[in-house]
Write a protein that binds this ligand. Structure first.
Ligand SMILES: [Zn+2]
Length: 233
């Protein structure tokens, strides 16, 4: 059984404080995601990102484990955790879920973590171009459809160096060596595999740091050539 972590990334770029995904800390039917109390706000503040200082929240896709701390409960209402931030996700992603039948756990997630952001007028939908769309200096959204239709990875460029936050295009490092392994929660597994193979081919042997959204430690590494294949290291 592979172990997965659930990461939220804090990035400074062009004077902006940016979060990529917000994890989950709410009550959930799935025990793997239920009340993951990791002192997230406190640790974020310690890292220099107190909630009211955050300028942008990038949501790689609208799944429970990526949007859960978008909001917090105040007097029985869900309010934005990052009130000064614009929240971004891809237009394809939001529009897909608007027309997709949802079970009750997913409706609950939208009610407590997505709809309040829209109701506060804080959610912006990005038309992500095939070659990527820059949303802040050195921060580019890369379309990675398959896991969900509008999912994005996030490429970071600074001072001639680059990094890539995978989102759920790659759930676990084993998929670097075996991109044919799909996740049971991929909406379109065949497309997810094609996207993963293309992304990994572009990273193979490159100095780009790969930040795995669900990679357990070590979360950060490179895609290395390994015989005829690839490995994470
Ligand atoms: Zn995920």
């Amino acid at each position: 059984m592979p172990r997965l972590a659930s990461h939220s990334f804090a990035v400074s770029a062009g004077g902006l404080r940016i979060l990529v995904d917000t994890g989950n800390g709410k009550q959930r039917a799935n025990p793997a995601w239920h009340e993951l109390r990791t002192e997230y706000p406190e640790r974020l503040a310690e890292a220099g990102f107190p909630p009211d200082s955050v300028d942008l929240v990038v949501l790689t896709h609208l799944h429970t484990d990526h949007v859960g701390r978008n909001t917090r409960e105040v007097d029985g209402a869900w309010v934005p955790t990052f009130p000064a931030a614009r929240y971004l996700t891809s237009r394809v992603e939001r529009e897909f879920w608007a027309g997709h039948p949802m079970d009750e756990p997913r409706r609950q997630m939208f009610r407590d973590s997505v709809l309040p952001i829209e109701e506060h007028g804080l959610l912006d939908l990005v038309d992500v171009a095939e070659g990527g769309t820059v949303i802040a200096p050195g921060v580019r959204l890369i379309p990675t459809p398959g896991h969900t239709p509008g999912q994005v990875a996030v490429q970071l460029d600074s001072g001639g160096r680059s990094a890539l936050i995978t989102g759920d295009c790659v759930h676990h490092p084993v998929q670097v060596a075996h991109p044919e392994i799909t996740s049971c929660v991929d909406i379109d597994p065949a497309l997810a595999e094609r996207t993963r193979r293309a992304l990994l081919a572009g990273l193979a042997g490159s100095p780009t740091l790969v930040l795995g959204s669900h990679f357990p430690a070590p979360t950060v590494g490179h895609v290395l050539a390994d015989g005829a294949g690839l490995r994470f290291g």
